[in-house]
Each structure stands twice: as structure tokens, then as C-alpha cells.
Design a protein around this ligand. Structure first.
Ligand SMILES: C[S@@+](CC[C@H](N)C(=O)[O-])C[C@H]1O[C@@H](n2cnc3c(N)ncnc32)[C@H](O)[C@@H]1O
Length: 242
């Protein structure tokens, strides 16, 4: 009898918890600014430059990193192109995800200087770190060669010099190299007031706009992915090649 009573009390407690939770979720009305406020908090506290992947700096929002992991799993690219290596934490993150995805792949990570590159990242056999400006014709040649060696989808991420002219040049360099279905991520398009660092000046966001004025049919924006976690450093920067 006692046991039955306990079960009834516990069932009632569970029901009350479920009902209260359902009601509070139903009554929650987002104001539409939560994501933007969190974005500003995240950016302006510099938590992103204290973020590490297995001990190596990875200057990203963790929500973006999770999103990239999901994209990589869905896309299963054989070639990842990263412009802007810094310590190599993001290149290592991409390589580790791809190692678990389990198909043959290569990460090409380009940076104008290897001074800050971490030796652990540098020694990963799946990553090719190249010291060069990302907009050198030699980089396009390198990508062409890697495409032959690693045919299949490409995931490209622009995270180097965040000026409009430089990002536009990177997008143009990639134009003949990406094919339908390949993914282009333009990072840090959040600067210049989208919504952070309003005084930055024309940056990646403006580069995307300029590119799309010149080549309006090249990309479709992946709005669902961009919106998935409420904020991203790649504002308007999730793009799938048509
Ligand atoms: C934002 S950091 C990259 C962060 C890295 N992807 C990460 O998530 O940890 C930008 C990097 O771009 C590099 N860079 C600046 N100008 C460049 C250029 N013209 N070509 C290639 N890399 C450049 C800088 O040396 C710097 O390491």
C-alpha cells in the first residue's frame, strides 16, 4: 500500500514538472534580440580568443564549431581549404572531425606567417600548412593539384585578412575551383556592425555583397544552418555553390 502511495506521489510530481515545463516553453516569447546580445557578449569579452581545441587556440564561436562539425558530417568533403591558420587549432579541429568521418581527405591551411603555428598541429599528417598569402596564384595551383589527388566535395573557409578587398580576392580565387554542392564559409562577416565592431570598415560582409553583385548566381545562402544556434560569427557567410 505504502509503495503504491509513493508511486502515485512520484507520478503526480513528474506530471506537474512536465506540465509546468511545457507551459513555460509555450509562454516563452523571444524578443528577437537575445542572439544579438549574446553575440556581442561573446565577441566583446574576447572569449573566442581564449577558446582551444585540445589545447590549441581556435578563434571561433563554439556554436560555429559545432555547426561546422555537422556540415562536415553531412557534406563529407575530401578537401578542406582554410585561409588563415593562426595557431592551427581550427585546422586540427577539421582534421579530427574528418578522421572520424572516415573518408580520405586533406586539409589545406594557408597563412601568411607560420610564426604562431603550434608544432602539434603542424605535425598532423592530414593537414598541409602552407606559408603564403591566400590570394597568390600559387595557392590556386596548389588547390588544383589537391583536387586531383582528393576528388570530391570541398569545404572552404575564409578566416585570414578580414578586409573587404582581401576577402573578395579570396572568393574570386576560389570561383573556378569550387563546384556545385561545395561549401563556402566566410568567417568574421560579423564585423563592421553585423552586429559587432561597428567601426571596422568594409570587411567580409561587404565582400560577400560585392561578390554577389558581380556574380549573383554563384551561391545559395544556407540560412537554416546560419540561424541554427542563434548567432554566428559568419553573418550571411554560409554559402553553397550552385
Ligand atoms: C583570425 S586568424 C585565423 C584563426 C584560425 N582560423 C582559428 O580559427 O584559430 C587570422 C590569420 O590570418 C592570417 N593572415 C593575415 N593576412 C593573411 C593573408 N593575406 N593570407 C593568409 N593569411 C593571412 C594571420 O596571420 C592570422 O594567423
Amino acid at each position: 500500500m505504502k509503495a503504491l502511495g509513493r508511486i502515485a506521489v512520484n507520478t503526480l510530481k513528474s506530471l506537474r514538472r512536465v506540465t509546468n515545463s511545457a507551459v513555460s516553453i509555450f509562454l516563452y516569447q523571444p524578443k528577437g534580440t537575445e542572439g544579438e546580445e549574446y553575440h556581442k557578449w561573446y565577441y566583446n569579452t574576447f572569449v573566442w580568443n581564449k577558446t582551444t581545441w585540445l589545447g590549441i587556440e581556435c578563434w571561433k564561436s563554439v556554436a560555429d564549431m559545432w555547426n561546422y562539425q555537422e556540415i562536415l558530417f553531412d557534406l563529407k568533403p575530401s578537401l578542406i581549404i582554410e585561409f588563415g591558420s593562426n595557431r592551427g587549432g581550427s585546422a586540427l579541429f577539421f582534421a579530427h572531425v574528418m578522421q572520424r568521418v572516415g573518408i580520405p581527405f586533406k586539409v589545406l591551411s594557408v597563412d601568411i606567417s607560420h610564426q604562431r603555428l603550434d608544432p602539434v598541429a603542424k605535425s598532423d599528417p592530414d593537414i598541409l600548412f602552407v606559408e603564403s598569402s591566400s590570394i597568390e596564384p600559387a595557392i590556386a595551383e596548389q588547390i588544383k593539384k589537391l583536387k586531383e589527388e582528393y576528388p570530391g566535395r570541398i569545404f572552404a573557409i575564409l578566416d585570414s585578412d578580414h578586409s573587404k578587398d582581401h576577402v573578395l580576392a579570396e572568393m574570386k580565387l576560389l570561383r573556378p575551383l569550387l563546384s556545385a554542392g561545395d561549401y563556402l564559409l566566410v568567417e568574421d562577416s560579423c564585423v563592421n556592425g553585423h552586429p559587432v565592431l561597428p567601426g571596422w570598415g568594409p570587411g567580409p560582409f561587404e565582400a560577400i555583397k560585392a561578390y554577389e553583385q558581380e556574380f549573383p548566381d554563384d551561391y545559395t545562402h544556407d540560412a537554416e544552418r546560419e540561424d541554427k544556434f542563434g548567432f554566428t560569427f559568419a553573418t550571411n557567410g554560409f554559402m553553397i555553390r550552385n
